[in-house]
Structures are given as C-alpha cells and as structure tokens.
Design a protein around this ligand. Structure first.
Ligand code: FAD
Length: 333
C-alpha cells in the first residue's frame, strides 16, 4: 500500500510552504473532480495532497472593476450562473454551463478546470503495463498516431502527441484574451492565456506554463463590448455530459453591420485552446453572411492534419465555427 498525506491550506503562502516542505510527489487539489479520477486510474500517483479548495478569498467573483476577475477557487457553477457574466459575456457562461454535469460544476473550480489533463484514452490508461504515452512517460511512444484516433486533435499536433486539450472554459478565455494570475514562493506573476498552454512538440509532458509549487490564484478577463455578441457552441456525441468533438468561442466587436474585431478560439480539435487568427482576419471588416462564415471556418482549418479516423473533425470544426459566427452575429442586430 502507498502512503498519502493530506493537509488543508488557508492561504496561498501556507499552501506554497506546505508544497515546498512536502517535496517530490506533492500535488495541489481543489475540487478533486479530475485529480482523484487520475489517481484511481494510476496516471497520477501523488504522495502528498495540499488542499487549496478553501484558500481565503479564492472564490471571489468580481465583475464590477476594470476587468472581470474570477478567483481560481470559484466554482464552475457559480461563474456559469453569475448574472453579469451570463448577460454581458455569454461565451464565458456557456463554456462552463456546457461542461461536465451540474454535480461536477458544483464541486469543480475554474482554476482546476484550466489544469485538467487530456481525455486521450491512451494517456488515461495508466495501469502498469498499459499503453505507452509520451505525455505520461516521455519518450515511450504514442499509440494514438496510426491507432484509434477518432477523438484526437487535428490542429497543433506533433509526431509525439495528438491529444486534445479537453477544457471548454480555456477556449472561451482564449477568445477573450484572458490573463492567468499565478502566485508562488517567489511572488506573483501574470501569464496571458495564449502563453499558458504549450504545444506538444517533442515534449508533450510539459503542458502548462506553471512551475511546480505555483498556484493559479485567479483569472482576469478584459471588459469588451464584444462580450455581449458572443457565444460558445459545442458539438459532442451526446447533447450533455460529454467533451467536445468540436467547439467554437466567438465574440464580435462591430462597426454597424461590419465586424471590426472578431475574437475566435476553437476547442475539441486542437492540442491546446486554439486561437483562430486566420478566421479572425478573414472576418474583420466584413459583414456576416453564410458564405463568409463558411470561408472563416475553412481558413481556421487550413493547416489541419488528420489521422486515420478523425478527418471528420476538419469539416465538423469548420461548420461549428461557421454556425457560432452566425449565432454571435444575430446578437449584434
Ligand atoms: C465525467 C466528467 C465529465 C467532464 N466533462 C467536462 C467537459 O465537458 N468540459 C470541461 O471543460 N470539463 C469537463 N470535465 C472536467 C472538469 O471540468 C474538471 O474535472 C474540473 O474543472 C477540475 O476542477 P477541480 O477543481 O475539480 O480540479 P482538481 O481535480 O482539484 O485539480 C485538477 C488539476 O489542477 C491542479 N490545480 C487545481 N487547482 C489549482 C490551482 N489553483 N493552482 C494550481 N494547480 C491547481 C491540481 O493539482 C490538478 O492537477 C469533466 C469531468 C468529469 C469527471
């Protein structure tokens, strides 16, 4: 039997100190909805758990200041149901309300959501003697390449890894240019969400721009008029309680009936939350019609690379984006 220690921290300082003194094998735990799962699967094997679910002030939601601020410990359900977020930034609210289930959202935090690991079946099969996985064991190989890859990514893939970045909320945050606030033993820092998620390249085990012992303390989102004209469209095998096969976060700042600035990110199709700059460029300065939205969808997937069974994601992703732009566009009228 393996031993496991558990402490509950009250402040960020207390948590980072506990992490440092625990040494190797320490992990923070918030809602536990994904970490406990991975422990049961044998993918994560922590020796020390530091519970950060009740850090002082960590669940703060502040929509009244210059930026929207969400404490990392805020529950997914509370942010999804916040009146201002729902009214003025539907893309954020919808990305959360379409994720997981109500029970999970009542436990899970918006900080933990950022750091969840991929649902790639080869990665999650962590039992001894199971499939190799470059993310789990660097250099061991990737059976998804040339294997059962229906759910795998088509954007941002490498020969070492095609695992999809699973979260919905990070996709919406990417479209909205959010910043991740991080606290650690040597102070605080901010990282744009675009730099928080790494491409797999040859090092798919390095997923997030956060050092061991650092804590995500919050998420800031700039306030923008585009927020009102926004949506998160998610396509999945089941209509609820399933991860995205393809999703699109779209927010539109308008000049009359022309798009001044489109904010677009994609989920379910890429190895990290995927900012679709080519689609944005195509849309900027144009009015929204079916032809333009389909062209934007195509542009977003111009560099896509499919495997054996997931080529359908290219067409599905392009059409999901086109539909999301139409939905966001209708909100501008
Ligand atoms: C059946 C099921 C279906 C799901 N469906 C979806 C879905 O459709 N869409 C979706 O987006 N998600 C989905 N999820 C994932 C769910 O949203 C995540 O499990 C949840 O958001 C994680 O939050 P948590 O607080 O429970 O994290 P935890 O499990 O506590 O932690 C997750 C990871 O983050 C680290 N961590 C947590 N908080 C911090 C912090 N503040 N600073 C640093 N590190 C931290 C932990 O060490 C751990 O590695 C699903 C989960 C399940 C079980």
């Amino acid at each position: 039997m393996r031993s496991l220690s558990y402490v509950r921290a009250k402040t960020v300082r207390e948590a980072t100190q506990a992490f440092a003194s625990a040494g190797d094998g320490a992990r923070y735990i918030a809602g536990g909805t994904t970490l406990y799962d991975l422990m049961k699967l044998g993918v994560e094997r922590p020796a020390h758990l530091i519970d950060i679910a009740s850090l002082e002030g960590a669940d703060r939601i502040d929509t009244g200041g210059d930026v929207l601020f969400f404490g990392a410990g805020a529950l997914m359900a509370d942010v999804a149901e916040d009146e201002v977020v729902r009214r003025d930034y539907p893309v954020l609210a919808e990305s959360l309300s379409k994720a997981a289930s109500q029970q999970l959202r009542n436990m899970a935090t918006v900080g933990g959501n950022l750091l969840q690991r991929t649902r790639c079946p080869y990665f999650r099969n962590g039992a001894i003697g199971a499939y190799p996985c470059n993310k789990r064991e660097p250099g061991s190989g990737c059976p998804a390449v040339g294997g059962l890859d229906r759910g795998q990514a088509v954007l941002g893939v490498s020969n070492a890894c095609t695992a999809v970045s699973p979260g919905d909320w990070p996709v919406a945050l990417t479209a909205m240019d959010a910043t991740i606030e991080i606290g650690g033993p040597s102070g605080t820092r901010s990282v744009p969400v675009s730099a928080f998620y790494r491409l797999p390249g040859d090092t798919p085990h390095l997923e997030f721009a956060i050092e061991a012992g650092e804590i995500v303390t919050g998420i800031s989102v700039p306030k923008t008029e585009a927020g009102k004209n926004s949506t998160y469209l998610k396509v999945r095998d089941r209509e609820s309680y399933a991860f995205a096969l393809a999703s699109a976060a779209v927010a539109l700042a308008m000049d009359g009936d022309h798009v001044r600035q489109a904010h677009i990110a994609l989920g379910g199709v890429a190895t990290r939350p995927w900012r679709a700059r080519e689609a944005e460029a195509l849309l900027n300065g144009r009015s929204i019609d079916r032809e333009t939205t389909l062209a934007a969808g195509k542009a977003a997937f111009a560099d896509a690379r499919a495997g054996k069974h997931n080529a359908f994601k290219i067409e599905l992703g392009a059409r999901t984006l086109a539909d999301a732009i139409m939905i966001a566009g209708r909100k501008t009228q």
